[in-house]
Design a protein around this ligand. Sequence first.
Ligand code: ADP
Ligand code: MG
Length: 323
Amino acid sequence: MDTAFIELDRVEKVFDVRKKTGFLKRERRQVRAVDSISFTVPRGEMVGYIGPNGAGKSTTIKMLTGILTPSGGRLRVAGIDPSRERSRLAHRIGVVFGQRTTLWWDLPLIDSYRLMHRMYRIPDGRYRENLDRLVELLELGELLDVPVRQLSLGQRMRGDIAAALLHDPEVLYLDEPTIGLDVVSKAKVREFLRELNTENGTTVLLTTHDLQDIEQLCSRVMVIDHGRMMYDGPLAGLHEAGESERVLVVDLERELPPIEAPPPARVVKVEGPRQWLAFPASASAAPLVARIAAEYPLVDLSVREPDIEAVIAKMYVERAATA
Ligand SMILES: Nc1ncnc2c1ncn2[C@@H]1O[C@H](COP(=O)(O)OP(=O)(O)O)[C@@H](O)[C@H]1O
Ligand SMILES: [Mg+2]
């Protein structure tokens, strides 16, 4: 048997966007949301899929569920082409979108589950068994009779996760499942996912921009940026990749010789009155900025995050600051 449960080979998604640029004027533009992504996930693995906003994470998940059809490349989940056999695949996958609920807003939670019981044609015995277990593990007992609109975000998320698992899917896609959750709710969701993966062997693809999710749950992480795979490997390797540089762009009053910056900061480019200084991504820009402001005729400045390594380094710095 083939062990690659999820398989992507140079998958692309291009969106045609029409933008209004004036009265009766429209400009056509193409957005390459996913640009030749390849990876495989073996059965039973829990993998993190991370990247900045707009990187292409949700688009990838939508292609994996069959909601979107790839513009190019080859994609298989459990041997199925998702966009061609979306409903056959639906019985084998579960999906949770953190920013959108699949539950019926006005109905008590339990009614959504009853509807899913019928929609997915889950055998009665299995439905009851799964529901009991999920209600216990996700602490939903007291919430079953509460209309979804009255649930807190954390409660609603646990309700959504249960809904995605009632039909025993072999793979669970989670798109930002901890977004907006408080610390306690995040911990509950993470603990549940760990248990689901180790005890049921459910394959999990977890999209997040919270590195703590990844650190606590995934040994493997994939990083995408601008639709491209930037890193695929162990989390430990990502820490190293994170030690890169940011760039301070400085506009001076006039053209001057390269700024004498305190090492390791250094000028990497000069163009007229504008100079680019690289400095360690993990360091604060403040002392460098203060020094330049004191010694040079400064007009303007900005800090650039030139690549994904810097973005991730920044994520780590932010995380360290809030830990
Ligand atoms: N339906 C769509 N039509 C046009 N552009 C889209 C559509 N969906 C996503 N995009 C664009 O594709 C890129 C990737 O989006 P998305 O996959 O949502 O990123 P992420 O989930 O990583 O934040 C973004 O530039 C986004 O604006
Ligand atoms: Mg997204």
